[in-house]
Design a protein around this ligand. Structure first.
Ligand SMILES: CC(C)(COP(=O)(O)OP(=O)(O)OC[C@H]1O[C@@H](n2cnc3c(N)ncnc32)[C@H](O)[C@@H]1OP(=O)(O)O)[C@@H](O)C(=O)NCCC(=O)NCCS
Length: 190
């Protein structure tokens, strides 16, 4: 079971994914804009592939990964998914995320991802959190910047998607970067 604990923020509850989430995930992944930069899902979405992916996720061990449904605190509606893929030997994890288009641009992913970063450093005691995105994915780039990830380079044509190779921007956040980002957030909220 890929069970990590529920995480909460001001507007969101990140709870472990459940089998019954399949239909809602298939619904919002039906939009091309949602899948165009995702590695394991294409357009049009293959519903069986999503169900199989969810089955694999629910069967995975928590030491290998964490998958949360990002839900709205007020209504419980599932608006996205956030994942951490663990590399226990090196005490690090790789973050992944995607959300329903009607909820973009409201700060939800930054809010969810920051909570997962806090969890990674404060509770899992990890040394490093990593993130990659295709260079063309400006939304994800902005989220990475707002969170305080440091740019570490580029994999030239590192991902294969829709029949061509895409350049990939790579980021890392060390504990020192996390502490800096936390101080910056505290100043901004005061
Ligand atoms: C990337 C994604 C997760 C962002 O989610 P979100 O909830 O909209 O993120 P936030 O609202 O927290 O922040 C988005 C920021 O990106 C900016 N942004 C969004 N699209 C942009 C674009 N095309 N160009 C430049 N900036 C963009 C927003 O203006 C916002 O910045 P601001 O707060 O300074 O205005 C969402 O767009 C998504 O799910 N995309 C499809 C799946 C995907 O690409 N996942 C990531 C794979 S690495």
């Amino acid at each position: 079971m890929s069970r990590h604990r529920k995480l909460e923020t001001e507007r969101l509850v990140l709870r472990p994914l459940e089998e019954s989430d399949a239909e809602r995930i298939i619904e919002f992944m039906g939009e091309k804009d949602v899948t165009q930069y995702l590695l394991f899902f294409g357009y049009p979405i293959n519903e069986d592939q999503v169900r199989q992916w969810l089955k694999n996720v629910l069967g995975a061990q928590p030491e290998h990964c964490a998958y949360w449904a990002i839900t709205l605190r007020k209504t419980g509606k599932l608006i996205g998914v956030l994942s951490l893929t663990m590399d226990n030997y090196h005490h690090k994890t790789e973050m992944g995320y995607w959300s329903a288009k009607e909820y973009w641009g409201k700060g939800y992913m930054t809010e969810a991802a920051w909570r997962a970063i806090e969890y990674s450093f404060d509770e899992l005691k990890l040394h490093r959190v990593e993130l990659t995105h295709m260079v063309a994915n400006k939304g994800s780039q902005r989220v990475a910047e707002k969170l305080g990830y440091q740019v570490e380079g580029c994999w030239r044509e590192g991902h294969h998607k829709d029949g061509s190779y895409k350049d990939v921007k790579i980021y890392g956040m060390l504990r020192v970067d996390y502490e800096r980002a936390k101080r910056k957030r505290q100043i901004q909220t005061n």
